[in-house]
Design a protein around this ligand. Structure first.
Ligand code: HEC
Length: 131
């Protein structure tokens, strides 16, 4: 039977995907510094009319809404979470570049630009409990 080597290869590829330097929280951190600090702040804690991005999970009742954050970043959820009528711009240039697969809760996955995956991984890494 040839299934075992194939299975091992598959697992190795999944492992590589998870470790990509292009989709890591560190990569997301520098993308954040380039694109997001102007509004959400260097510490991501927001300000007047700008949501605190370290409290996304806390605002969602303690369960980090990964799919919703990905939707927001890739533009699907544009304007859906407007705070006081202020909207976040759509980051079209983040949509360029290589695609990678991101694992979602429930065993699903989605193909998205690496930069969006990295930004989401960074945001997930900086969540804190409700103050
Ligand atoms: C011009 C200001 C501005 C910039 C730049 C900006 N944002 Fe936002 N962002 C907002 C505003 C205003 C909101 C709230 C309204 C909305 O959701 O559209 C928001 C909402 C969000 C949300 C949803 C928060 C929630 O609780 O659901 C996420 C996630 C987010 N921004 C991430 C980012 C990331 C990552 C970047 C950089 C790529 C970025 N933002 C750049 C203004 C900005």
């Amino acid at each position: 039977m040839q299934t075992k080597p194939l299975l091992l290869l598959g697992l190795a590829l999944v492992g590589l995907g998870a470790c990509s330097p292009f989709t890591s929280p560190q990569a997301g951190r520098s993308l954040y510094a380039q694109n997001c600090v102007a509004c959400h702040g260097t510490d991501a804690r927001g300000g007047a009319q700008m949501p605190d991005l370290t409290l996304i999970a806390a605002r969602a009742g303690g369960v980090y809404p990964q799919t919703r954050v990905l939707d927001k970043l890739d533009g699907y959820a544009r304007g859906q979470t407007a705070y006081d009528g202020v909207e976040m711009p759509n980051f079209g240039d983040l949509l360029t570049g290589r695609l990678d697969r991101v694992d979602l809760p429930g065993g699903r996955s989605r193909l998205l630009p690496e930069k969006i995956i990295a930004l989401e991984a960074y945001l997930r890494s900086i969540q804190r409990p409700a103050p």
